[in-house]
Ligand binder design. Structure first.
Ligand code: MG
Length: 160
């Protein structure tokens, strides 16, 4: 059975993942309004992925005899500038999430909960991909400039 301390920490992460999901949904709506259909599609998929993370954490808690909670999720920003600024914000946010996940692993270590450490390492590895993906898009937009936006928008629109 999972300790109460780790259970609380994972429940906090569930809220953080739901906040991330809402953030990317908000970015998706912003892009849709600005006419960037591909970016909007990519952000919607990203939003769903974050909600999946919240559900994976909840399923794990329940499996370990804990209780998953749906708690209050703070409001997310609604306005940005250029696509470059939006994706820079994504990269910065993913770096923040990586720090949160690292701290969660620290809690699991302090609780000497090996199964939870093993489970959470999967999230640590996932964050490496999340940061790299966001950084890759930022680099592409920086290198290509405004002239490449139409092409990059079309490319990101192909995300499964
Ligand atoms: Mg996540």
């Amino acid at each position: 059975m999972i300790s109460e301390k780790l259970q609380n920490a994972i429940n906090e992460q569930i809220v953080a993942e739901m906040w991330s999901s809402n953030l990317y949904l908000s970015m998706s709506f912003y892009f849709a309004k600005e006419g960037y259909e591909g970016f909007a599609h990519w952000m919607r998929a990203q939003s769903q992925e974050e909600m999946d993370h919240a559900l994976q954490l909840a399923d794990y808690l329940i499996k370990r005899g804990g209780a998953a909670k749906v708690d209050k999720v703070d409001v997310v920003p609604t306005g940005w500038g250029s696509p470059l600024e939006v994706f820079e914000a994504v990269y910065k946010h993913e770096c923040h999430v990586s720090e949160l996940i690292d701290k969660l692993v620290d809690v699991a270590s302090a609780e000497r909960d090996k199964a939870s450490q093993d489970f959470l390492w999967g999230f640590v590895r996932e964050q490496v991909e999340e940061e790299a993906t966001a950084q890759g898009i930022v680099d592409k937009i920086r290198l290509g400039g405004d002239a490449a936006l139409y092409h990059i928008d079309a490319e990101l629109g192909k995300r499964q």
